[in-house]
Write a protein that binds this ligand. Structure first.
Ligand SMILES: [Zn+2]
Ligand SMILES: [Zn+2]
Length: 265
């Protein structure tokens, strides 16, 4: 929160994005303190044995309190609308989903499972609302991921998607030892990944990967010339604080703009 306020002062252009993140973090913290552990056996041997057929964390394991989730869905949609991050029609769709208690679990499950191997397509009522779901389920997902990560050896996981929830990474961390860790966009789990390869299409031809860095060297971009997607990285070798995805997501908006301008997405 403090880091976001500092960022806003240093770069007023990022003010509304920083304000939105501050508001979302405040909402999530209200719920976070009472999220219980996931309903999966938190035993190292058991979890390590699940990893080869992962992702480990199933929808059934998530400790969801439906009234908290409805609160977070509505509050997230309204916060995002206030900063013009979504349309008024999206707010109404979120509200309709929250009112239909019988369908809410199936809709959330369809979002959760849609990115998992063999997962079905996202429910048409949920399509386009992915960011709202991701933010609203963040307390449950990060709490579950932390509990599992503390007990599981993820070093055998070589895939480009999250070993816990199956999500895609949206940030990478370059460690002081120059290794690259990917950070899940949904549950914030971290796992080691190849230093060069594109985490979306696995292209590992150095000549087809374009790198850019922020002026201070704190952030790097790897842009793939095969699939035209890019991943941002926080370079811990040049940092005075640890990686903080909510802050770094805002701080790297100028890099996003640079990547998009060059035709990446
Ligand atoms: Zn994940
Ligand atoms: Zn690629």
């Amino acid at each position: 929160m403090l880091e976001l306020r500092r960022l806003k002062e240093a770069q007023p252009d990022l003010g509304s994005a920083a304000d939105l993140q501050i508001e979302l973090l405040q909402l999530q913290r209200r719920v976070q303190v009472r999220v219980p552990l996931p309903s999966i056996k938190l035993d190292t041997e058991y979890l390590n044995a699940l990893l080869p057929s992962g992702p480990i964390l199933q929808f059934e394991h998530l400790p969801i309190d439906w009234s908290d989730v409805r609160f977070l869905l509505r509050a997230t949609a309204s916060a995002m609308r206030n900063q013009e991050a979504i349309e008024e029609a999206d707010v109404r769709r979120v509200d309709a989903i929250c009112r239909d208690a019988s369908r809410l679990p199936a809709i959330l499950r369809s979002w959760y499972d849609s990115v998992r191997p063999g997962g079905s397509q996202i429910d048409p009522d949920a399509a386009g609302l992915e960011t709202v779901f991701q933010q609203a389920l963040r307390p449950v997902l990060t709490r579950s991921a932390e509990a599992i990560m503390a007990k599981t050896d993820l070093s055998g996981w070589k895939h480009h998607t999250c070993p816990l929830c199956g999500g895609e990474p949206d940030l990478a961390l370059i460690t002081p030892a120059a290794e690259r860790m990917l950070i899940c966009s949904r549950c914030a789990a971290r796992w080691r990944f190849d230093q060069i390869a594109c985490p979306f299409c696995l292209n590992d031809d150095r000549t087809r990967i374009t790198s850019l860095a922020s002026r201070d060297g704190q952030y790097r971009l790897s842009c793939c010339d095969s699939c035209h997607r890019y991943i941002k990285a926080f370079d811990a070798r040049r940092a005075s604080r640890p990686v903080m995805p909510a802050v770094d997501g805002v701080a790297t908006l100028p890099l996003d703009a640079a990547a998009i301008q060059r035709g990446y997405q």
